[in-house]
Ligand binder design. Structure first.
Ligand SMILES: Cc1ncc(COP(=O)(O)O)c(C=O)c1O
Length: 390
């Protein structure tokens, strides 16, 4: 049954998430994947929605001053991150834990692995964001993939104790690809395991600030028992949350002072230092002034999620609780599991991520990014009617 088109409502909180947002001429890598006219790219994880006006204004203002030399880190940026966690997550982050990084979260993880130099395998629970395995391979870190279990409320951790020896668990939290918000007990349990195993829980929380209203994202460093904190690192960035991933920036919350110092040393070896010019400009504006935009965005994304999950029903493997990624069972969409990405492209003109990219647990799945204007989402839903949906 087709769903009703999105109502032409007033822009949410003064932000327009309904009208098409033209990204042509901006060099978008997501749109570069739409290699035929009319294709809607829904593979890569950034949003076809205009970012916060506060970020645009801050960049404009900063660019207006032609001093583009080396910058120092403004320590107030650390307090700003701590304030953000208190206000948005009710979490008490010590500003001393914060490292403000002039690189994206992917690079931050690579730097962390180079610092720790794990000998035993890192554990990945698949399906899992492909970046973890890719970075482990590039850094020469052995890894072992364990299957997540799919239950009625979404993915769950593997049964039984995690294998030893192991050096780390690398976890996307909330989960990419399914948008599952990991329960507090799961996160604190993994931190406990890390402490007992003299390992590290690396919790990549770039989707955490996109947790839908009414749900609670477990910030790993503050969810962990204080006695286990030294074994936990949280990574995050304004890139995903505020749709500015083209400007490299992230932060790491590292409660262990010794690890923090070593990580800073690794960065220095690559000519990276805390407090890059663009990174600070964007972070400051987003965290200080981006809250109302983010609230409006979350209302938009949660409504889009509901429209899609209502229509796609049992083909949705796990209803997203955060972010904008829909994890689908290709066979339930009537698509050939081994060739589903191509089939969806040909039949519906929708470009998706192939589930096989997410490790062994991802075969036979597709990931669709629904961070789209309401009007484009109408088109997507209409095109999905070309499939044999119940
Ligand atoms: C869990 C996770 N970490 C990191 C990233 C991206 O990091 P970067 O912007 O450094 O490529 C993504 C992007 O999809 C992600 O899902």
């Amino acid at each position: 049954m087709p769903t009703a088109p999105s109502a032409p409502t007033a822009p949410a909180g003064g932000f327009d998430f309904t009208s098409p947002f033209d990204r042509s001429g901006t060099g978008s890598s997501k749109w570069a994947r739409a290699d035929a006219p009319g294709v809607i790219p829904m593979g890569l994880a950034d949003m076809d929605l205009p970012g916060p006006p506060a970020v645009a204004e801050a960049l404009r203002r900063r660019a207006g001053h032609r001093a583009y030399g080396y910058t120092v880190c403004d320590p107030a940026g650390r307090a700003l991150v701590a304030d953000w966690y208190r206000a948005r997550h009710g979490a008490e982050v010590d500003p001393d834990w914060v490292l403000l990084l002039p690189c994206g979260p992917r690079t931050a993880l690579r730097l962390l692995l180079e610092t720790v130099r794990p000998q035993a395998p890192a554990l990945l629970m698949t399906p899992e964001w492909a970046g973890f395995a890719q970075i482990c391979r590039a850094a020469g870190v052995p890894y072992r993939e364990l299957p997540l279990r799919l239950g009625p409320t979404g993915y769950r951790m593997p049964l039984g104790p995690l294998p030893r020896p192991a050096s780390a668990v690398l976890l996307s939290s909330p989960h990419n690809p399914s948008g599952r918000v990991w329960p507090t007990g799961t996160v604190s349990g993994l931190a406990g395991w890390a402490a007992e195993s003299d390992a590290l829980l690396v919790s990549d929380e770039v989707h955490g600030d996109l947790t839908y209203p009414g749900l609670r994202h477990a910030v790993a460093v503050t969810t962990a028992d204080p006695a286990h904190r030294r074994h936990v690192v949280t990574l995050n960035s304004v890139g995903k949350t505020f749709n500015c991933s083209g400007i490299p920036s992230s932060w790491a919350l590292v409660p262990d002072p010794e690890l923090r110092a070593r990580l800073t040393g690794t960065m220095a070896g690559y000519g990276l230092w805390e407090g890059g010019l663009l990174e600070q400009t964007v972070q400051r504006a987003a965290l200080r002034e981006g809250g109302p935009w983010l609230d409006a965005l979350l209302a938009h994304l949660a409504a889009a999620r509901t429209r899609l999950t209502d229509r796609l029903g049992a083909a949705v493997r796990s209803a997203p609780q955060a972010s904008y990624l829909l994890w689908l069972d290709a066979a339930a969409l009537g698509l050939p599991p081994e060739d589903a990405r191509r089939a969806l492209l040909e039949r519906c003109g929708l470009e998706a991520s192939d589930g096989a990219e997410f490790g062994p647990g991802g075969r036979g799945s597709l990931r669709l990014n629904y961070a789209l204007p309401g009007s484009v989402l109408d088109t997507v839903l209409a095109r999905l009617e070309r499939l044999d949906l119940p």
